[in-house]
Design a binder for this molecule. Sequence first.
Ligand code: TXE
Length: 493
Amino acid sequence: MEVRNNYINGQWQASVSGATREVINPSNGEVIALVTDSVAEDSKQAIAAAKAAFYQSGAWRRMAGPKRADLLLRIADAIAARADELAVMDTLDNGKPLREARCDVDDAAACFRYYAGLITKPQGGVYEVSDGFGPMHAYSMHEPVGVCALITPWNYPLLMAAWKLAPALAAGNAVVFKPSEVTPLSAVALFEIFHQVGLPAGTANLVLGSGPAAGQELAASHDVDMITFTGSTRTGQTIAAAAVGNLKKVGLELGGKSPNVIFADADLEGAVEWAMIGVFFNQGEVCSAGSRILIEESIKDRFVARLAERARAMSIGPGMKDPDMGAIVSAAQLEKVLGHIERAKQQGATLVCGGVRHTEGECAKGYFVQPTIFDNCTRDMDIVREEVFGPVVAIQTFTSEAEAIAMANDTPYGLAGGVFTTDGARALRVVKEIRAGVTWINCYNPTFNEAPWGGYKMSGYGRDLGVNGLLEYQQVKQVNINLQPGPVGWYQH
Ligand code: TXE
């Protein structure tokens, strides 16, 4: 089997470790590829290449914005041209349904287009300033941060790469990218595209390997000016601690336990379907998943019965067959999800449906879990407090708006939240009170390249996407201009 390698300074190269890692198809447990398994030394080489590209050559950061935009547009076109292949890659690697992977590919191409457009728009400001030193004028300009390390998780392999690489490159940075070791394949394809469109050598570097062996160096290195990370809150804390050494800029998009608040006046069928999208999309492996449904007491029984009916009817199977729900990403994540389910049962939550590994027919060797609903959940249960990252939802009830808001915010996380009601004013009141960075009214989970994405509280800081996503990868420089050069007569002697 051919081994996929790192891409450093414009060259494909194996890790100095000489080791390889198997990439597994979670739908059947089979090995689908081998990738090089990097160690800290590989990351050091990639950082050195990025540093030389940014600080010595400067070809990319000095390139005029519209020319950088041209290359990003060509990257978007190349992603679109390989869309079918990339969707299959993410489906085989991650386990998700093929049509969901196709959406990811389209979104990834659109993300590169969005930042190609944005980088050619006016940035910075011009300021009227006081004339204490004589006539002066000030303006601000946006500059790239420098060497940026980007680390992504396994739930949206290509899309998370695009969310970080597109704005980082648009801004003129040099980057070192480490995808999750569990789902590295589409990242390799993306770097083939970077090579093909002719990004200057060293501008974008790829390191394939585990977090502790290859990722930690990216967080700790004093030659890295910024690190952005999407993943678990615990790893985010490790990265933030390691980043302190040179006070590099840090962006963290971390876990969640997001509330989906449903009032009695909501459109019930709509709320049920969006709640399913909220918690079963991508097998529930979504940081913003609406994994706590808070439902008004009076409609709880009707809602739960309908949700369970719909959940039981979901088709489960290999992503390539395009089922409603695919496989959990890995054996380790499967164990984690099943462990959460067991604990919820032990702690007294009522299992309504699912709650077991799915092994029927061609799912026998894969890592499948049935869509799972727990009713009668209470605030002290782990299923209410901890991120599962699987197709498991906890139901709690409320009887007033104030109680719903208090329950929604009763979590250390603050990534997302939703509200369903036909009372427009109430929808706006509740959304305003939810302490989270991403919210929805009468829908759950759609997100757009144009709008900023990120968390409050222990869901992290910094934003992906939108104008804010570009600003993260920039520094702002103030320029003060003396309009009347010569002595100002400040010192008398
Ligand atoms: O995540 P990690 P894991 C949550 C979810 C899941 C749990 C564990 O609850 O069950 O995390 O998943 C890299 N220095 N989320 O273990 O460890 C790692 O190689 C530098 C939520 O896969 O956070 C990978 O590239 N990098 C989440 C990335 O971090 C390190 C998405 C994510 O891995 C590192 C995924 C280190 N010391 C999991 N250790 C979300 N919020 O979207 C690991 N990594």
